[in-house]
Design a protein around this ligand. Sequence first.
Ligand code: TIU
Length: 221
Amino acid sequence: MTQVFKAEPYDLPFEPEHTALIIIDMQRDFLEPGGFGAMLGNDVSLLRSAIGPCKAVLDAARRAGIFVLHTREGHSTDLSDCPPTKVARGGLKTGIGAQGPMGRILVRGEPGHDIIPELYPIAGEPIIDKPGKGAFYATDLELKLRNRGIKTLIVCGVTTEVCVHTTVREANDRGFECVVVSDATGSYFPEFQRIGLEQIKAQGGIFGWVAPSSAIVAALA
Ligand code: TIU
């Protein structure tokens, strides 16, 4: 049955059975001190306001039986799936693959690479391990979505202008309709958070829609 997300720039119709929630990179490496986000020079506490709204949307999606997926940005232990340019970028002392307080930075299997406990996946919720910023690049995400007949994506996670934006742009070009949950996303830069959301919904929804978690939870109830 068709339902509606109250969203900007206009309401978005959706069918729950053809809708998925994707939570982008809510990993300790981005949200806790000592991880990749902190090593880049960021104040990771800025992202933590997204946790509560993410959890509200996740709980609503689980209750509604919506297909839920989680992503993690990171690399294999030998870094063979990491472009050397990505390791070199920024000239970091403790960069990708280096030992940090939560294990090797952005390396799969390390504590810092894993999803924060508040949003930990449960059985039946695929985890997409992605080497890039976009969740479609070099992953089987599109296959998993097409196999379930998914048309609409509810997108939460971090960071708004990096992995959320890249994923939404990839999804949009593949014909998926994305609603980005404003308070369930976060950036290390408040102005990028505001502008990042504006960019998605501008020009008649050039990349997609934006709605607060309260509107998503209400529509899924
Ligand atoms: N640095 C930054 O803002 N983000 C990332 O490196 N990855 C994600 O956004 N997940």
